[in-house]
Design a protein around this ligand. Structure first.
Ligand code: HEM
Length: 173
């Protein structure tokens, strides 16, 4: 998984819980706390998932809570600095969500080994979307947290509900 994900996770942990907690998580994961994480480098999925698991344990957070912190920070701080053009001008949360597959393909186009997630869309009605998450990584809780971050960025009320390990219902109000 791309280094950007690990850098964003580090920023979340450090800003909310402090550097010593991040160091503890890295050491528990068998990694050097001072290791430089490069944005474009490809980290093994298992390594990143282990850091996520140890973060939950050491910070006493449920995966859903960590994923919500991550989604908020990614959408409203980290990606905003790195990938602002993808947010569009005069766009809505719906416009953005519809472009998710395209955004992921574009931002990972030049990265060797990148395997971005894909998304499929089924509209139950004009404002109710069943978003299907297509990935081998099983990070549905992050999809929920990120979608919440999208609602916050566009100042739009969204009702978001995980319905299975691959599907989320989003109601755009
Ligand atoms: C401007 C906004 C966004 C950008 C630039 C972006 C970019 C990226 C990048 C570069 C990766 C790493 C891919 C890889 O290592 O192969 C990634 C992973 C991921 N993204 Fe996004 N993303 C954005 C918003 C979102 C949103 C809103 C969602 C969900 C609603 C989402 C869901 C995910 C998930 C779940 C992963 C983990 C990889 C996986 O599960 O296969 N992203 N994204």
């Amino acid at each position: 998984m791309k280094g950007v994900i690990a850098i964003c996770l580090k920023e979340v942990v450090v800003s909310k819980f402090g550097v010593p907690k991040w160091n503890e998580i890295m050491t528990a994961s068998g990694l050097n706390p001072n290791m430089a994480i490069l944005a474009s480098v490809d980290l093994e999925d298992a390594v990143v998932m282990n850091v996520v698991k140890n973060s939950c344990r050491i910070l006493n957070l449920k995966l859903e809570q960590l994923a919500d912190y991550f989604g908020d920070h990614w959408m409203n701080s980290y990606a905003l600095k790195m990938y602002k053009p993808y947010y569009g001008t005069n766009s809505t949360a719906k416009d953005f969500i519809i472009k998710l597959s395209e955004i992921h393909t574009k931002v990972t186009n030049n990265i060797p080994n990148a395997r971005p997630p894909k998304f499929a869309y089924d509209w139950k009605d004009e404002n109710t979307l069943i978003l299907t998450y297509i990935s081998t990584r099983g990070l549905i809780d992050f999809v929920v947290g990120l979608a919440k971050g999208v609602g916050k960025y566009y100042h739009q009320k969204l009702s978001i509900r995980k319905i299975s390990l691959t599907q989320v219902e989003i109601i755009f109000h």
